[in-house]
Design a protein around this ligand. Structure first.
Ligand SMILES: O=C(O)C(=O)C[C@]1(C(=O)O)C=C[C@@H](O)C=C1
Length: 291
């Protein structure tokens, strides 16, 4: 049985890993903090860890990308996308009107993961503009805190799975600003993983650091991929944290033909005095479309 570290029961990450392995029994180790999820695989107490890295509405989960680069050196072994379906969860009786509907203006505090709160801005602005917003370690943790604090007008943004686990009411369903709200997850670990699904493609994630003060360097790096017709699906700069104005670039390359072209592109980039680090070469799995 695969030993996998993941955020608490009822988190989106938890739903996502169950989806990836569809019914395969898993030995899941739940951790409160994403840093502990990272550390679990680093220390060898699990084989893999589940890391959310990007969201449709919020974009990159920068904290997690930075951990992948700066705090650990563990390859990405698989990537998949999973819908982040968020709901308003609370002690419904605190907000009930006589006609049986909920009075969301009575909400005093909305808690969730800091990536989940901005996914629901429209709902919050429209229904609970005066509520305080509070970020916690996961959507599942938010639901647990609300469960333990009845009578305060607090609600959580989280999954139905967490609402069921804590016996709370789902006061509004699917409250994200856009219905197509997906999160991209990666599985990190030292061993390749077998997954009972057909991969859509194979991707390689690179971290490229440019030489200092080299005009046109990024253009030359991109040319190495362009003339080989290698498809880039992500290009993002992040501060190296060593000096203001110093960045590295995350580059995702989809391997369409064979990896010889990619190896050649990387050699060309290194010849430009860039540093290239491979964060992983891994299969990518899509979520079945709803239509
Ligand atoms: O808090 C959770 O439920 C998580 O799994 C974490 C996380 C994230 O880090 O992006 C994952 C997906 C959701 O969109 C919001 C939060």
């Amino acid at each position: 049985m695969k030993r996998i570290a993941v955020l608490p029961e009822g988190s989106v990450s938890h739903e996502a890993i169950e989806f990836l392995f569809e019914g395969e029994p898993l030995d899941l180790k739940h951790f409160k903090l994403i840093s502990d999820v990272f550390r679990a695989v680093d220390s060898g107490s699990v084989q893999y860890s589940v890391i959310p890295i990007e969201n449709t509405i919020e974009g990159s989960v920068s904290l997690h990308m930075d951990w992948l680069v700066n705090e650990v050196d563990i390859p990405m072994q698989a990537e998949w996308v999973y819908p982040s379906i968020q709901n308003i969860i609370g002690h419904g009786s605190e907000f009930l009107r006589q006609d049986g509907t909920y009075d969301f203006s009575k909400i005093t505090k909305i808690m969730s993961h800091p990536v989940a709160i901005p996914q629901c801005q429209n709902f919050i602005r429209q229904h609970s503009p005066d509520a305080n917003l509070e970020g916690v370690n996961s959507t599942a943790e938010a639901v647990e805190i609300v469960k333990k604090n009845p009578g305060n007008g607090w609600v959580a943004i989280g999954t139905k799975l967490a609402a069921r686990k804590h016996g709370l009411d789902i006061m509004a369903e699917r409250v994200t600003d856009h219905d197509n709200n997906y999160t991209r997850f990666v599985l990190i670990g030292h061993e390749p993983v077998s997954i009972p699904r057909k991969a859509a493609h194979v991707k390689t994630s690179l971290l490229v650091t440019l030489p200092e003060d080299a005009p046109g360097a990024l253009h030359q790096v991109l040319s190495a991929f362009a003339w080989r017709k290698l498809n880039l699906t992500r290009l993002e700069s992040r501060p190296t944290k060593k000096r203001l104005g110093s960045y590295y670039f995350y580059i995702d390359v989809v391997e369409t033909v064979d990896s010889v072209l990619l190896t050649a592109a990387m050699a060309e980039i290194e010849a430009l005095n860039c540093q290239v680090r491979v964060l992983g070469s891994y299969p990518c799995f899509t979520y079945p479309s709803r239509s």
